[in-house]
Design a binder for this molecule. Structure first.
Ligand SMILES: [Zn+2]
Length: 369
């Protein structure tokens, strides 16, 4: 059950725009990640507050929410159709309105610039189809830039810790003032003070770290996951960048993935097709026994419901589609050859597909519908 937006911000339904803004400001300050490092609950509350504010600060969305509740924004079209909360970048971009640009008061010191963020790191993780179907936790080694032990930073004197410098330019409209990133500190508001000998010019060293990545079931080749704050650190009073994990799917020996479905080519012998047979299919999580009726046709597709890949959104699983291929013998002994020669004119061997046996094209249409 989703919590009520008014409850999240601790205000009554009659709150006016100013009260809503004030309440959000209070929540954002209280739950800001800089103030609660590593506290997942605070981060969740921080996001919830941002989501609540996003809706309640917009008269149109607020009216919809007042009338229909959270349902107003489920499904497509509405606010964040099917989304799972806002991401941090959205939230921070929203701050401009609330805190009047740059947000003083965070990251200690007061009046400072927004904390600099380190660069992102990128890695590739190769996953087997089994790992994708079940989800997996991977431990990867990354080399992260971190601040060296003993390094200290001091306030940048060029910008007085503001991270920005004002520039005055003469234009045809008169003198224009504009802010630009401080060239001395690069926007962090701080510069290196004491540097240990092993550190680079910014006071950073490279450190090996093993990062554990929880990969949900159903990921797709090329998908990127973000592990927050496991990228490079930045100098001064900063937050680390993120670790971007690109998913690479390894090809399976005999199963072929297509979205959430898996295809398997089953080869049976001619006598098996004629007499019927039970077969064990190596599905993703172990064997599945299937029974083929006597007289099964080559090209038939058997659908094993739910034996495919789970949906990344958690809505059920795809199917395992078993394609039946009847193996025609390429060499025969004399008697066998005689048997088939006799069969040439035998009515039992004359193809006579029934209406119920769909053509290849109809089956293909079926599969994708
Ligand atoms: Zn500076």
């Amino acid at each position: 059950m989703k919590k009520d937006f008014y409850e999240i911000l601790g205000i009554s339904k009659n709150a006016d725009a100013a009260e809503i803004k004030k309440a959000y400001r209070k929540s954002a300050l209280k739950y800001h990640p800089d103030k609660n490092p590593g506290d997942k609950e605070a981060e969740e509350n921080f996001k919830l507050a941002a989501e609540a504010y996003e809706v309640l600060s917009d008269p149109g969305k607020k009216a919809k929410y007042d009338q229909y509740g959270h349902q107003a924004f489920d499904g497509s079209g509405g606010f964040g159709g099917g989304h799972g909360g806002m991401n941090m970048d959205d939230i921070f971009s929203q701050f401009g309105d609330i805190f009047g640009g740059g947000f003083g008061g965070f990251g200690g010191g007061g009046g400072g610039p927004r904390r600099a963020k380190g660069s992102n790191l990128r890695i590739k993780v190769k996953l087997t189809l089994e790992e994708i179907a079940n989800g997996v936790e991977k431990k990867v080694k990354v080399k992260r830039k971190v601040q060296a032990k003993g390094v200290t930073y001091k306030t940048c004197s060029t910008c007085n810790g503001q991270g920005q410098v004002m520039r005055v330019t003469n234009t045809i409209l008169g003198r224009m003032q504009s802010a630009s990133t401080c060239p001395t500190c690069g926007g962090s508001g701080q510069i290196l003070d004491k540097r240990p000998s092993e550190a680079d010019a910014q006071g950073m060293i490279l450190e090996d770290e093993t990062v554990s990545i929880k990969i949900p079931a159903g990921v797709v080749d090329g998908m990127q996951l973000k592990v927050s704050n496991k990228g490079n650190d930045a100098p001064g009073n900063s937050v680390p960048g993120d670790l971007i994990v690109a998913i690479e799917e390894l090809e399976h020996e005999f199963l072929k993935r297509e979205g959430e479905n898996i295809h398997f080519d089953l080869y049976i012998s001619f006598p098996e097709a004629v007499l019927g047979v039970s077969k064990d299919i190596e599905a993703i999580n172990g064997k599945v026994r299937i029974k083929l009726e006597e007289g099964i046709q080559s090209g038939k597709i058997l659908r094993l419901k739910g034996k495919g890949i789970p949906s990344i959104n958690g809505y059920g699983s795809g199917d395992l589609l078993v394609h039946v291929n009847v193996w025609t013998p390429k060499t025969l002994n004399k008697e066998q050859k005689q048997f088939f020669e006799n069969a040439l004119n035998d009515e039992h061997f004359v193809p006579s597909p029934e209406k119920s046996e769909k053509s290849f094209f109809e089956k293909v249409k079926d599969m994708f519908s």
